[in-house]
Unconditional design. Structure first.
Length: 231
């Protein structure tokens, strides 16, 4: 069970849009499994229990579709296992995922600032964001440039690498930007498990290096769901 904790935290944080809130949901879920026999605890049963802790009354529509997409694209569940986690009929899951993909295509265009010092990764992230219909305001490679750029263009979302070219930190740039702009942030890191320990102050949205485009698309869409639409 312990080796699943980082992934449970990642899913819970993405669903709630809040790291501490997601981590508390994981703790509540674990309390319900204290007396469970080890043979009864599987990856599917863990995520199913967590999903119930996150959404006690259940959800339909776009929220359920996004959870289905997170389970398959981010957590790597097969269609039948994701259906079991969500308590959905397996034959309905394909429809949920189609709804999520349609949501990608029909989502309101937002402005995304990328903070990344590797040119190929920055270009790849830009292409993924543009394919979703969003506008990339720029790709910056240092914390100082990122702060200046973001405070000037005021994006709707930040995608930031942890370690930048000049030794500065993407986390520090994001923290400074978010003091003025209350926007969501996605962090890119080669060592996501280091930021999924349950310690205070850890990021809400994480993408590992190397990343899969489907994973990036799912997390961008989920992160932007917590950003109010422009008036």
């Amino acid at each position: 069970m312990e080796h699943q904790l980082p992934f449970l935290r990642r899913y819970a944080r993405a669903v709630t849009g809040h790291a501490a809130q997601g981590d508390r949901a994981v703790e509540r879920m674990l309390e319900t499994l204290v007396d469970a026999a080890p043979a009864q605890v599987t990856r599917v049963s863990l995520f199913a229990a967590l999903d119930k802790a996150l959404v006690p009354g259940g959800e339909t529509g776009s929220a359920l579709a996004r959870r289905a997409l997170l389970l398959t694209a981010m957590e790597g569940f097969s269609l039948p296992d994701a259906a079991a986690v969500l308590g959905a009929a397996p034959q309905d899951l394909a429809g949920l995922l189609e709804d999520a993909e349609r949501g990608h295509a029909s989502a309101e265009s937002r402005r995304i600032c990328i903070i990344e010092d590797e040119l190929l990764i920055g270009a790849s992230l830009s292409q993924i964001a543009a394919a979703l219909g969003h506008t990339v305001t720029g790709v910056t490679s240092t914390a100082a440039d990122a702060v200046l750029h973001a405070l000037t263009v005021k994006p709707d979302l930040l995608i930031a690498d942890i370690h930048l070219a000049d030794g500065s930190q993407g986390t520090e740039a994001v923290a400074e930007i978010r003091r003025s702009l209350p926007i969501p942030a996605i962090f890119i890191t080669a060592f996501p498990e280091r930021l999924l320990t349950g310690r205070p102050g850890e990021p809400t949205f994480l993408i590992p290096k190397p990343f899969k485009p489907a994973h990036v698309r799912a997390v961008i869409t989920q992160a932007l769901s917590f950003r109010p639409a422009a008036q």
